[in-house]
Design a protein around this ligand. Structure first.
Ligand SMILES: [Fe+2]
Length: 295
């Protein structure tokens, strides 16, 4: 297996190893897991992806998430990111599926609004538009390490509130449905997620984050916005241009990402699986102290 750095200070392409190897072989999984902990983002090219293989690969890394209500694929282990309607045609640009893509174009980490947040996301390209539709990533680990030590210490002892309805509300006030709001109450997480394998901290931020516990609402929002702006400065990102057979896996503890636009009349179909974080991934200390005692 060769691990080739992608050049942004994080992220690596893995060559000489396949999803099937990692799904079926203990040593291949151990090598991939070590690369995941170190590089935060892994690219595999030329994979013969099926839903079954993607799920078997994902299960290696931890428990697969069940897709939330209101998403395509709800109740299964798959999130279907598609702009293709039931009739097989691309839906119009004001359709809910297209609006959801706009929300995915805000910088975020997946599932920070869930009761159990995500360790990793695995995304495979099934239908790719001719133009655009890239996925762009930044390292919130490198962003954290660039901050001055006093701010690092402050953030490590701070907690932010994350709410799905907040990120969707930035696109349209009703984009999060009543069913989604009821199923997804706001969650509070430490603002720094420390990786237990290597001890490195990362900012835990997302478009879902809207307030900082114990801070005035406006000041908390400003802090979140400033940290997001510093983490996503131009020149810090890795832009993944999708090819058929590509699979990208990322660490939601240590990165943020956003979808990039494409012409709305062009079809795009991506399948995501998501691995829930566990205490072995550093989850327990992410909860506010009151909830650590309760759970
Ligand atoms: Fe995402």
């Amino acid at each position: 297996m060769d691990v080739i750095a992608l050049g942004a200070g994080f992220g690596a392409e893995m060559r000489g190893i396949t999803m099937a190897d990692i799904a079926s072989d203990v040593a291949a999984y151990a090598a991939a897991r070590a690369a995941f902990e170190e590089h935060s983002l892994l690219v595999l090219r030329g994979q013969a992806v099926t839903d079954e293989l993607q799920l078997a690969f994902s299960r290696r890394f931890g428990p697969p998430e069940i897709t939330k209500v209101g998403s395509q694929g709800a109740g299964s282990h798959f999130v279907i990111l598609s702009t293709i309607g039931p009739d097989g045609k691309v839906v119009p640009s004001d359709h809910r599926l297209q609006m959801r893509n706009k929300a995915n174009q805000l910088w975020h980490t997946d599932a920070s609004f869930k009761r159990v947040p995500a360790l990793a996301s695995i995304l495979s390209a099934r239908i790719i538009p001719d133009h655009g539709g890239e996925t762009e990533f930044v390292s919130t680990r490198l962003a954290f390490e660039r901050l001055d030590p006093a701010l690092q210490t402050q953030l490590e002892g701070s907690f932010a509130w994350h709410d799905y309805a907040h990120s969707r509300g930035q696109i349209a006030s009703d984009l999060a449905s009543a069913e989604e709001r009821a199923a997804l109450p706001a969650q509070c997480w430490r603002m720094v997620w420390r990786n237990p394998v290597n001890g490195r901290g990362a900012l835990y931020l997302a478009s879902h984050a809207y307030a900082v516990e114990g801070m005035d609402a406006a000041a908390g929002k400003t802090l979140i916005d400033e940290l997001t702006a510093s983490a996503t400065q131009p020149g810090r990102s890795y832009l993944h241009s999708w090819r058929n057979g590509d699979v990208v896996m990322w660490d939601n503890r240590a990165t943020m990402h956003r979808g990039r636009p494409w012409p709305s009349h062009e079809a795009r179909l991506m399948i995501r699986t998501t691995v829930s974080a566990t205490d072995a991934d550093g989850l327990a200390v992410m909860r506010p102290p009151s909830r650590q005692a309760a759970e």
